[in-house]
Design a protein around this ligand. Structure first.
Ligand SMILES: Cc1ncc(COP(=O)(O)O)c(C=O)c1O
Length: 446
């Protein structure tokens, strides 16, 4: 699919961003030149995916695309049971509302924002156990998304009765799309088994994670991606998955598990909230495109291209001295907002300020994953608890842009970097309580 894009003028963008409350989620796509807001649901689909969508029969029950997807999920992931859902967070809600009781805990390397919100929504308590190095953006560590297994085990030992679920997010989006090693998945699974706690993978970017294992972890260089994928999932009791990432589709997701008990609870809830199990809140054609996309995203030649493109942008920014998260992650390039705008206090949203500046400078849309997205209100003191990381994410949609587009993004950021000391921060004037950053409004500090 080829889409026309057009570049507005700077005065127009200044007006539009002010009107949007300095929140790029409120902008219209026609007012954006290059959209790096997310890699979710923004992939260009292949000829084979479109063809499968057109030739699939639409049926309330027993659609052929369900069985096509079932075969791929079984072969690739290896779980016994699965349900399709309309996107990742629907799967998260089904899983948590089935097994997490109020005040019980879910432990993760790093919860993504929707995962965290869905745990809280059912009254649960999310806790992160990523390795400490992940909070040092510039440090180059091969598997920076890993779980701190020592810390995890000592916490589980003390709080066994409160912990309902252990999760592992691959790749770890919140800390920069950083991969998790096979060894770390194995060790985390071992702890979960030892304490008889279900272990699920948040598998949105499982194929990108498998590629990192192949190129970075000892013993995997000559292994097929599909074998690495199977091995990763073999350590888990199930997974939640957003097909909008590594299934190269515009909508869709799934929950898969080996537990009959969890599956039955999820399936019952699915019928109430999403739809019949052979379509799960989707048009049947979306299941067909997910089935094909899962096969395409696990091809090594595709993953090679994908990794090289993300690395291209990272390298250009890195060479210009822009403080990137190192090493490069799987789906995006992240910039350390606190370092970029060293003169701004974190409470003035450095990365959100950079998101706004980038849009005004160039019409490019990135997204903040930091103070606006992850800060929490301390119920006792009424003060904001600021997250350790404040990042700007430039997510690269799959199979969409060329490196020339990315050169334009890099050149624009370099221009902002050169005049960074003259830029003022933002203050938040409105946000709803859960996932508030989507609808938040800001004002510029003069
Ligand atoms: C790690 C991770 N988990 C879960 C989700 C939620 O998926 P969805 O947007 O399909 O609801 C996302 C989406 O960006 C994600 O990155």
């Amino acid at each position: 699919m080829v889409e026309e894009i057009s570049l507005s003028t700077k005065p127009e963008r200044l007006r539009l961003i002010k009107q949007a409350g300095y929140n790029v989620f409120q902008l219209k796509i026609d007012d954006i030149y290059i959209d790096l807001l997310t890699d979710s649901g923004t992939s260009a689909m292949s000829d084979k995916q479109w063809a499968a969508m057109l030739t699939t029969k639409q049926a309330y029950a027993g659609s052929n695309s369900y069985y096509q997807l079932e075969k791929v999920v079984h072969e690739l992931f290896g779980f016994k049971y699965f349900v399709p859902v309309h996107q990742g967070r629907a799967g998260e809600h089904l899983l948590f509302s089935s097994i997490v009781k109020p005040k019980q805990m879910v432990l993760n390397n790093s919860h993504f924002d929707t995962t965290q919100a869905n745990v809280k929504f059912v009254g649960g308590i999310p806790r992160d156990f990523v390795i400490e190095d992940a909070y040092n953006p510039s440090k180059d560590v091969a598997f920076k998304g890993n779980m701190n297994v020592e810390k995890l085990e000592s916490f589980v030992k003390k709080n066994r009765n409160k912990v309902t679920l252990i999760m592992m997010t691959i790749t770890n989006n919140t800390v920069g799309g950083q991969p998790v090693s096979m060894e770390n998945i194995r060790e985390t699974s071992h702890i979960a088994k030892k304490y008889k706690i279900p272990f699920f993978i948040d598998a949105c970017r499982f194929a990108e994670n498998a590629y990192f294992i192949k190129i970075k972890e000892k013993g995997y260089k000559n292994k097929d991606i599909t074998k690495i994928v199977k091995e990763m999932f073999s350590f888990a009791d199930g997974c939640t998955f957003s097909g909008k990432k590594d299934a190269l589709t515009n909508i869709g997701g799934l929950v898969a598990t080996n537990s009959r008990m969890i599956f039955e609870k999820i399936r019952n809830m699915l019928v109430i909230t999403e739809g019949y199990p052979t379509y799960g809140g989707l048009a049947c054609r979306e299941l067909a495109s997910m089935a094909i996309g899962l096969q395409e995203s696990t091809r090594e030649s595709y993953l090679e291209y994908r990794h090289a493109q993300v690395k291209y942008l990272w390298k250009r920014l890195n060479q210009a001295g822009i403080p990137t998260v190192n090493p490069v992650g799987g789906h995006a390039v992240f910039i350390d907002g606190k370092k970029f705008f060293a003169h701004l206090p974190q409470a003035q949203f450095p990365s959100q300020t950079l998101v706004v500046e980038l849009y005004i400078e160039s019409g490019v849309r990135g997204v903040e994953l930091g103070t606006s997205c992850f800060s929490e209100l301390d119920k006792k003191t009424g003060k904001m608890i600021l997250p350790k990381l404040d990042l700007l994410r430039l997510a690269i949609p799959r199979r969409v842009y060329t490196n020339n587009h990315l050169d334009y993004v890099a050149d624009s950021l370099i221009k902002i970097y050169q005049r960074r000391k003259r830029i003022k921060g933002l203050k938040k004037v409105y946000a709803p309580p859960l996932l508030g950053h989507f609808l938040a409004k800001f004002e510029r500090i003069s």
